[in-house]
Design a protein around this ligand. Sequence first.
Ligand SMILES: Nc1ncnc2c1ncn2[C@@H]1O[C@H](COP(=O)(O)OP(=O)(O)OP(=O)(O)O)[C@@H](O)[C@H]1O
Ligand SMILES: [Mg+2]
Length: 117
Amino acid sequence: MKMVIGIVRPERTNAVLEALYHAEVRGLSMSRVQGHGGELDRVETYRGTRVQMGLSEKVRIEIAVSDEFVDPTVKALCDGARTGEVGDGKVFVIPLERVVRIRSGQEDKSAVTPVGS
Ligand SMILES: Nc1ncnc2c1ncn2[C@@H]1O[C@H](COP(=O)(O)OP(=O)(O)OP(=O)(O)O)[C@@H](O)[C@H]1O
Ligand SMILES: [Mg+2]
C-alpha cells in the first residue's frame, strides 16, 4: 500500500476529483496548504535586491491506495492538475504500513477499498 499525496492548484481541484473518480479511486482527504515551489520573488530594497520566498495557496489531496491503484492515482492527479505552467504542483508516493477501518476493524487492503465497490 502507498499514501499518494498530490499538491495541486486550488482551481484544478474539481478536475482532479473528476479524474480520480474516473480512475475508480474512492476515499481521500483534502486540505488547504500554503506552499513554496522554488519561485523566488525579487524585492527591491534601499541597498540592493532581497529575495523573498513567496507562499502560494495549494490544495493537498491524500489518498491511501492498494498497490494496483498507485499508477492510476498518480496519473489521475497529473492529468487533472496539469496546466503546463510553472507551479502545477507535485505528487509524492510514500510507503504505507497499516490501515484500519474503525467501524469493522478491517485492516489493510480491505480497509482502503471502500465498502460497496
Ligand atoms: N520539495 C517539495 N517538498 C514539499 N512540497 C513541495 C516541494 N516542491 C513543491 N512542493 C509543494 O508543491 C507546490 C507546488 O510546487 P511547484 O509546482 O512550484 O513545484 P516545482 O517542482 O517548482 O514545479 P514547477 O517547475 O512546475 O513550478 C508548492 O507550493 C509546495 O506546496
Ligand atoms: Mg515551482
